[in-house]
Structure formats: structure tokens, C-alpha cells
Design a protein around this ligand. Structure first.
Ligand SMILES: Cc1cc2nc3c(=O)[nH]c(=O)nc-3n(C[C@H](O)[C@H](O)[C@H](O)COP(=O)(O)O)c2cc1C
Length: 390
């Protein structure tokens, strides 16, 4: 059906049902009523409005894969809720005439501390897939981190823009083929490897089971795993379940570019990451998609920042939707944040322009929150800016 030719009445009914029925409405309680018709891209006021449009345009099975969390989706909800516990302590009469949101990560100057998180199968949301995301990230002066489960080959995504990009690795296959994939990514020009460590077993996404999609792979994509015998508890292990911290040294030898470890949620693991030579940490619960009742990233960020003591850059993701969320993480001590689902919202709603809009809206919100709290630059942000409620 040509959605653009829908009658106005259909569109109204659709939007009303969408707003009332969205399971994410409860997770994202700040999702507004977008009114009686779909806004054009220029009218979009915040990224939740993009979510509403994308949900209508993306096929149901794909949407469930993108939006869902694991089990009770407790962690998914907590990812939003814990931002409400952090209150600003804004300062007045600071000269904020010259705002500058740029920062540097591993030698790369970026215009905004908001990166795109590695996420599988962007073509689920738009045929231009990861190329659109890469171009949007480049246009907004930030870094794209490409998933190993990209719907477009990494070489093509790498060649689509000149901007610095990172590549994310899951250890799902045997060591040799994993090494081959790392070599290819480095040869293609990716400038850092992000090793995701929080999924030693495939998780149980019930929205997908209801949709009768058994695999956790993105709809339309297959995973090349199953290198192990069936597990006695019926779990689906992936290679990382056999690895330990010693593997980091091996990966660092393969990579010869900075290696970040993604999926850290405790001070203990952060200390181990430092000890075993990680170049950076991504505090993440995978957007609530693996262990349910894992804490939100923002609530564990303080202990991780303290444990690492400035020895390496700490990034965070999971639930970042507003510029104020980003500012809270920066105040606690993160160097930058990454966004996952909002990329699919932008792609699904408006393709590349939509991802650009997502990055622009969140960056503008961040700039405003900084300007209103007396913090003109990233360097001027410190933990005196926030009070964390118990
Ligand atoms: C649809 C989808 C696919 C994802 N695929 C990957 C992946 O391939 N590798 C990975 O490390 N993380 C993956 N993630 C997790 C993201 O990198 C990130 O941790 C998470 O999306 C952040 O939470 P947010 O979606 O609330 O912003 C995926 C997330 C989503 C929503």
C-alpha cells in the first residue's frame, strides 16, 4: 500500500492507535502525542516523534526486532527511568557566548559527543541501510560504529564516506574466521575495533517469539554461528562464552588499532579491562537486549568512572534519547555516548535525512542544556553539574 496516499482519516486513526498501543510508550514515557497528522521532517520537535513515524513505516517483524528487549523488558524501561534520578545543578552568569561541543576520541576530532552505536541490519529500516547511517554520521561530524552484522558489506560502508568509522566484533565464529573478519575491517580502513562481550548466549526476545521468529538474528539475515554442540540447557552459546580476559591481548595483536570493550557494567570488569589493555570501555547493557535486570548504564557509570580513574576513555550507551541524557553522562565522566534504536527511527522515518535529524536534534538539545547550565564547552562539564538522587 502506498502509505503517502492514505486518507487523512486513516492517518489519524493509525496514529491514535499507534500512540495508545506502543509497548515502548511505557518504556519511553516522554513519547508525546504527535497530533492529528504525521509531521514532515522540518516539523519534528524531538526524536520520539520520529519513532512514531518509523513504527508505522517499518514492517512489524523488523520493528519488534529493533524495539524489543529481553524477557520482562525491565532493563529496557530502566534505561529511561534512571535518567530521571539525575538532577542538574546549573550555574548562572557564566559567559556561554561561544558554545563548542566538539571533542576528541583516539585522535579523531568530532563535532558532537554522540556516536552511532553498532547495530545489526540497518536495511530492516531503510533500503539504504548502513550507507545512509554512515553518510549521516559523516555529515554531522561524528563517528559511525558499524556492526559485524551489517546488512551491507563493511568494505562498501567504509568506502561510502571519508569519515573515520569504527567496526564492532562479536566473537561468534571460530578464532580463524574472526581474525579474517578483523583483518578485512582493518584493511577497509576502520580505525577502532569495538569488542562486544555481553552476549555469550543468545537472549530470549519474546516479542520475536510471538512474531514466530525463532532466531535473534535480524529478520532477513542469518547468523553464522552454531559452531558448538547443542547446549544441555537448550541455550544457544556463541564463541565468546569460551573466552576470557586473556583474549583481549590476542585481539589487540590482530587489530593494531584501538580496541574498546563494549558491555561493561561493573567497576570490577572496568578494572579488568584496564589491566588487560583495553583502549576504551563502552558501558552498555546492549539496550536491554541481553540480561534482563542488568542495571542501566547511567546508574553504573559513576562507579566505573571512579574505578578507571581517567586511565582510558569511557563511553556509554543504552537509553540515550535527549541532549540532557547526554549531558548527564558527560558530567558523570563519560567522554561520549552512542545511540542505537534512534538510528532506526531516523532511517525508518526519513532515511539518511532522518538519521541526520536525530543527531542534529540531540546535539541541539545538548547544546541548549549546556548553555543553560553555564557549560560552554565539553571540557567545562564536570560532576558538580549533577546531583544523583537515591
Ligand atoms: C536493532 C539493534 C541491533 C543491535 N545490534 C548490535 C550489534 O550487532 N552489535 C552490538 O554490539 N550491539 C548491537 N546493538 C546494541 C547497540 O549497540 C547499543 O548497545 C544499544 O542499542 C543502545 O541502546 P539504545 O538502543 O537504547 O540506544 C543493537 C541494538 C539494536 C536496537
Amino acid at each position: 500500500m502506498n502509505r503517502l496516499s492514505r486518507s487523512r482519516r486513516d492517518a489519524i486513526r493509525n496514529l491514535a492507535g499507534l500512540v495508545a498501543g506502543s509497548p515502548l510508550l511505557h518504556a519511553q514515557k516522554d513519547l508525546p502525542d504527535t497530533g492529528s497528522r504525521q509531521p514532515s521532517i522540518d516539523e519534528i520537535a524531538n526524536i520520539f516523534e520520529m519513532e512514531a513515524i518509523a513504527k508505522e513505516r517499518i514492517p512489524r517483524a523488523n520493528w519488534d526486532y529493533i524495539a524489543g528487549g529481553v524477557d520482562n523488558e525491565w532493563t529496557l524501561r530502566r534505561n529511561r527511568e534512571m535518567f530521571d534520578k539525575i538532577i542538574f545543578r546549573p550555574r548562572m552568569l557564566v559567559n556561554t557566548e561561544k558554545m563548542d561541543l566538539s571533542t576528541t576520541l583516539f585522535g579523531t576530532r568530532i563535532a558532537t559527543p554522540i556516536l552511532t552505536a553498532p547495530s545489526a541490519g540497518h536495511q530492516q529500516a531503510h533500503p539504504d541501510g548502513e550507507i545512509a547511517t554512515a553518510k549521516a554520521a559523516a555529515a554531522k561530524g561524528t563517528i559511525m560504529c558499524l556492526s559485524i552484522n551489517s546488512s551491507i558489506p563493511p568494505e562498501k560502508v567504509a568506502a561510502s564516506t571519508e569519515a573515520v568509522k569504527w567496526w564492532q566484533l562479536y566473537m561468534r565464529e571460530d578464532l580463524d574466521s574472526s581474525r579474517e573478519r578483523v583483518d578485512k575491517a582493518i584493511a577497509a580502513g576502520f580505525k577502532a575495533i569495538v569488542l562486544t562481550v555481553d552476549g555469550p548466549y543468545n537472549s530470549h526476545r519474546e516479542r520475536l517469539l510471538r512474531g514466530r521468529i525463532r532466531s535473534t538474528a535480524p529478520p532477513g539475515m542469518t547468523t553464522r554461528r552454531r559452531t558448538t554442540e547443542p547446549h544441555p540447557y537448550g541455550l544457544e552459546p556463541v564463541l565468546v562464552h569460551k573466552l576470557d580476559w586473556a583474549f583481549l591481548a590476542t585481539l589487540k595483536q590482530w587489530a593494531k588499532v584501538p580496541v574498546l570493550v563494549k558491555g561493561i557494567l561493573t567497576a570490577e570488569d572496568a578494572v579488568l579491562a584496564v589491566k588487560h589493555g583495553a583502549d576504551g570501555i563502552v558501558v552498555s547493557n546492549h539496550g536491554g537486549r541481553y540480561l534482563d535486570y542488568a542495571p542501566s548504564s547511567i546508574e553504573v557509570l559513576p562507579e566505573i568512572v571512579q574505578a578507571v580513574g581517567g586511565k582510558l576513555p569511557i563511553l556509554a550507551d543504552s537509553g540515550f534519547r535527549r541532549g540532557s541524557d547526554v549531558l548527564k553522562a558527560l558530567a558523570i565522566g563519560a567522554k561520549a555516548v552512542l545511540i542505537g534504536r534512534p538510528l532506526f527511527w531516523g532511517l525508518g522515518a526519513f532515511g539518511q535525512a532522518g538519521v541526520e535529524k536525530v543527531l542534529q536534534l540531540m546535539t541541539t538539545e545538548l547544546a541548549l542544556a549546556m548553555g543553560l547550565s553555564g557549560k560552554p564547552t565539553i571540557a567545562s562539564i564536570d560532576k558538580s553539574l549533577v546531583r544523583i538522587e537515591k
